[in-house]
Design a protein around this ligand. Structure first.
Ligand SMILES: Nc1ncnc2c1ncn2[C@@H]1O[C@H](COP(=O)(O)OP(=O)(O)O)[C@@H](O)[C@H]1O
Ligand SMILES: [Mg+2]
Length: 253
């Protein structure tokens, strides 16, 4: 199949995203891990086939001149982060919408996905930039966390929710999805807002989540050092100091 790559819509270190009419082409850099791409395609397919969530369907996994590409449906609309930036007066309404979508995701079960505790354990164990004592303490804490089987998006943030003109929405970017504890996914979203410098919004988000679900804030806070360490292990230079701060708040009491 021939694709038109004249319309780039997002540029990242490891990939460029193009729109070709009603399709999105995520074109990865040449040396990108084949297993990584097939894994992303598999996770996305698992979620598609086992839930009724609104997500942009995977259409093909292909190669374009030595580079792997994932082809999905293009969702005509505006990412929620852009809407939030353009309409600060509607923050509360958008945050409500955002949390409700996350609750819908978390209400699903996809039993063929990796378990979040297994994935985190592996990532923490393999981390080379986290001090051994801290690693040990976090692994112990992780071990003690309850086993749940809720569908966790893994990168749930407003840029991954595309809102259509008619108010419908679609959730994209499923490469980090797992099954596990909702509190871990919420802690991750909190951290994403915080890293973006939106700490006020991050707090409002957690408060709203707790209000809607009756969950204790403490349960989410207990995950923060763990998700911060997982993110630190990924090694983004500009995030290192910030994440160390969150890792070191091992107890909120
Ligand atoms: N199916 C899609 N429909 C519309 N826009 C998309 C789609 N997939 C990706 N995009 C756009 O490209 C951006 C990056 O794609 P994404 O899959 O979220 O990768 P990243 O890992 O870089 O966040 C998104 O934030 C969105 O603006
Ligand atoms: Mg994204």
């Amino acid at each position: 199949m021939e694709f038109n790559l004249n319309n780039p819509i997002a540029e990242r270190k490891t990939k460029t995203v193009y729109r070709d009419e009603n399709k999105t082409i995520k074109l990865f850099v040449e040396n990108y891990s084949k297993a990584g791409i097939l894994n992303e395609a598999l996770i996305q397919s698992r979620v598609e086939e086992n839930t009724d969530l609104h997500i942009s369907k995977l259409l093909a996994v292909t190669k374009i001149e030595n580079r792997w590409a994932l082809v999905t449906e293009y969702i005509e609309g505006t990412p929620l982060d852009k809407l939030m930036a353009e309409h600060p007066e509607r923050e509360e309404e958008y945050l409500n919408f955002f949390v409700d979508i996350q609750l819908d995701v978390l209400s699903k079960k996809v039993h063929l996905l990796n378990r979040i505790k297994d994935k985190y354990k592996r990532q923490l164990t393999d981390a080379t930039n986290i001090e051994n004592n801290t690693k040990y303490e976090l692994l112990q804490r992780l071990e003690g966390m309850k086993n749940h089987d809720k569908l966790c998006h893994g990168d749930f943030n407003p840029s991954n929710v595309i809102v259509k003109e008619n108010g419908e929405y679609s959730i994209i970017d499923w490469s980090h999805a797992t099954q596990g504890n909702a509190a871990a996914d919420v802690a991750n979203t909190f951290l994403i807002f915080s890293i973006e410098g939106k700490s006020n919004l991050a707090d409002k988000y957690v408060n709203l989540y707790c209000e809607k679900t009756g969950e204790y804030k403490k349960e989410i806070q207990r995950w923060i050092p763990i998700v911060a360490a997982i993110r630190k292990a990924k090694g983004k230079e500009e995030e290192q100091d910030f994440l160390s701060h969150w890792i070191n708040i091992v107890d909120f009491e």
